[in-house]
Design a protein around this ligand. Structure first.
Ligand code: ADP
Length: 181
């Protein structure tokens, strides 16, 4: 029986930290669904379609056999319901530092209280990605810093192209909101 894992997250945008977790997960599951959260209340900086596209482009660099075991989807329902709907048994989460632990601990406990059959597996990324987060990427880039060691090329290209457009669109949106880093 093949083991299906779900790797949920915002991926706003995908980073080398996420990619590292994706590759490691393929050692523990047969099939992996990268589940991109479309939760409107989260105020993502990059649109859902763009986040999906950037993941799609990023995984093109993986060996073809690995690519065949990955699917990318958006989801906007309760994670445990989504996991069930995919016939998956495992949620994959990444851990960087102790600071991730409390949030992940609470989330796993909540998920377990809803469905006790779904297990969560935590994977640690390579040391060099311990400080990489989507949030820092956006902050560093907005201040003119170099993010090339932290994000795959499609993300770099995307930021180079759309960053200024995104900032001005958001700043002039009806909500008048600046990006919430
Ligand atoms: P969320 O919105 O739930 O924080 P993210 O897109 O930030 O989602 O991350 C999805 C998952 O990937 C989370 O489990 C997060 O801890 C993990 N993750 C993100 N960046 C890294 C990294 N650099 N190393 C290890 N895990 C990471």
């Amino acid at each position: 029986m093949s083991r299906i894992g779900i790797y949920p997250g915002s991926f706003d945008p995908i980073t080398f930290g996420h990619l590292d977790i994706i590759q490691r997960s393929l050692h523990v599951v047969d099939k992996l669904t990268i589940a991109v959260s479309n939760n409107k209340s989260k105020n993502h900086f990059i649109s859902i379609d763009e986040r999906l596209m950037l993941i799609e482009q990023t995984i093109q660099d993986l060996p073809i056999e690995d690519q065949k075991r990955i699917e990318i989807e958006k989801f906007d329902n309760l994670l445990v319901h989504y996991v069930k709907s995919k016939n998956a048994s495992v949620i994959i989460r990444g851990l960087r530092a102790v600071s991730d632990f409390e949030y992940e601990f609470l989330m796993t406990g909540m998920n377990r209280s809803i469905d006790n059959e779904i297990e969560t597996i935590f994977l640690m990324s390579s040391e060099k990605y311990h400080f990489v987060s989507s949030r820092f990427i956006k902050e560093i880039h907005s201040l003119g810093g170099d993010i090339s060691k932290s994000v795959p090329k499609p993300v770099l290209d995307f930021f180079a192209k759309i960053w200024n457009v995104h900032i001005s669109t958001r700043a002039h949106s009806s909500a008048g909101r600046a990006p919430d880093f």
